[in-house]
Ligand binder design. Structure first.
Ligand code: SAH
Length: 396
């Protein structure tokens, strides 16, 4: 096999030997294997400084993560059989949890398929290809997806921000087969409409499945404030469990429009919707002296890059502070962070500071993360990105 080689600097093989999949550009011996000589996405063999085989991966000289490994041995054939095996295992893991019809079927590094995300909405798939390496293998992957799922259509969402870091263009979505304007997802006995072409990410946030169910259990007889509500997943689940009322806040009018649709479809009362910036809406609700038994805060990642850390952390703290003031005494405050750069400890501290800011006391009565269809790679902490805190908040 005439595959190009990437050589590591002495000592940089240890993390990879322990199972990690990323080679950073500064770990490469560029005298022996100049990064600039590679076309983005090319398959390579990776060797340590002594010439011992480390793995098979794909290279991208434009990215800080210069190589992502697909296998931990050199010269592994990356062909249809390879993808059949990997995707087959990923599906089998979902089957164990009954999540193989609606859910994330492939979660990138977590399924040892870096750069590939596949969400399944029954008879349709929505795919995100985030790296040049996976883009180059797309046809092969598509053949295997068609084999494994026999879908009516596959939609490629090519607007993933990560593509920019790889030097890939951000483009309109493209479909294989037929993909209608709207799809449905079933979750917890409810049905939600999703907009695969124009919705956020692939159209639905499967990672919050468990939390939508858990939050709903806190809601019977209470008012819920659903902040960063998107298409109303938390609101509708809570109303179906007997919440007295739900108020959904989001800056996206399109997303909130689907909330009403989802309420109707599940025969629950229509949530009141507020199209606004979340911070403004929380201040406005305080001014009008509104109170809620449960508040859920599910913002987008406030820390997208490491350099946003301080500012992002402060945003979580401010959010908690504003929300805690709106709670009944006692009340539940549930906050999620999907920032992979934020550790659970720092997040908990920001939560604590926010509660103090509001002059309240908290006890944490639960913590959680992403569901089993978003498996965490044990050597790659970034793959465990979702953190959820359940606080029981009281007046001092
Ligand atoms: N809770 C949702 C998912 C939330 S995704 C669910 O369970 O499905 C994050 C949402 O935050 C998006 O809908 C986005 O439109 C919204 N958003 C982002 N920044 C915002 C802001 N500053 N104010 C209000 N909404 C915001």
């Amino acid at each position: 096999m005439s595959r190009a080689s990437v050589f590591l600097v002495h000592g940089e093989e240890r993390r990879l030997r322990a199972g990690h999949l990323w080679v950073f550009s500064n770990e490469i011996d560029v005298a022996q294997s100049p990064l600039t000589s590679f076309v983005p996405g090319t398959l390579v063999n990776v060797w340590d400084a002594r010439g011992q085989g480390i793995g098979t991966g794909y290279v991208n000289p434009h990215s800080l993560i210069a190589v992502r490994l697909l296998a931990h041995a050199p010269d592994v054939a990356i062909d249809r059989d390879f993808f059949r095996e990997r995707i087959g295992r990923a599906i089998a893991a979902r089957v164990r949890f009954g999540l193989d019809r609606y859910g994330r079927m492939v979660f990138g590094e977590g399924d040892r398929l870096p750069g590939l995300v596949v969400d399944r909405y029954g008879s349709h798939l929505v795919v995100q290809v985030g790296t040049a390496g996976m883009e180059a293998l797309r046809e092969m992957i598509q053949d295997v997806l068609v084999e494994c799922f026999a879908p009516e259509g596959i939609l490629y969402r090519n607007d993933l921000e990560a593509r920019k870091l790889e030097g890939l263009d951000l483009r309109e979505a493209e479909a294989w087969g037929t993909v209608p304007e709207h799809l449905w997802v079933e979750e917890g006995g409810l049905a939600f409409q999703v907009s695969p072409w124009h919705g956020q990410k692939t159209g639905w946030f499967f990672d919050q499945r468990e939390h939508r169910a858990r939050v709903a259990q806190l809601c019977p007889g209470r008012r819920l404030l659903d902040v960063f509500a998107y298409t109303g997943g938390f609101s509708v689940a809570a109303l179906a469990q007997g919440a007295r009322e739900a108020v959904a806040v989001d800056q996206s009018e399109e997303a909130l429009a689907l909330t009403a649709e989802n309420a109707k479809r599940n025969q629950v009362s229509t949530p009141r919707t507020i199209v606004a910036d979340a911070f403004d809406a929380l201040r406005m609700l305080a001014q009008s002296r509104e109170r809620f038994g449960v508040i859920v805060l599910d913002p987008p990642a406030f820390i997208k890059r490491k350099k946003d850390f301080r500012e992002g952390l402060l945003a979580y703290e401010r959010l908690v502070g504003l929300a805690a003031r709106l709670l009944d005494n006692p009340g539940f405050l549930v906050i999620a962070s999907c920032s992979s750069h934020l550790g659970a400890d720092d997040f908990r501290q920001a939560f604590a500071r926010g509660v103090r800011r509001a002059g309240r006391e908290a006890r944490i009565v639960g913590m959680g993360g992403q569901g089993p269809d978003h498996p965490i790679h044990p050597s790659i902490p970034e793959t465990g990105y979702l953190k959820v805190i359940y606080g029981l908040i009281e007046e001092r």
